[in-house]
Design a protein. Structure first.
Length: 73
């Protein structure tokens, strides 16, 4: 990350990273935990994936509109 990166981008990137971690941790969950039904698995995975996609889109939209971020590309 560059020093001139704006605070909003840092927050959005952190949000995206947390969403990605939550999504992938579900995909590779420890089998010691109680198993979910197939329908519950699909629903949970879809929710986690959508949260990650929204965070990713928000970060990209910010990078396109923020003058500080545009100058760092």
């Amino acid at each position: 990350m560059s020093e001139s990166e704006c605070a909003a981008l840092k927050k959005l990137r952190d949000r995206e990273d947390r969403a990605h971690t939550a999504w992938t941790s579900f995909l590779y969950r420890n089998e010691v935990k109680p198993r979910l039904s197939e329908k519950a698995k699909r629903k949970h995975q879809k929710e986690e994936m959508e949260a990650y996609q929204q965070a990713h889109k928000a970060r990209l939209a910010h990078m396109k509109t923020c003058p500080t971020c545009m100058s760092n590309l």
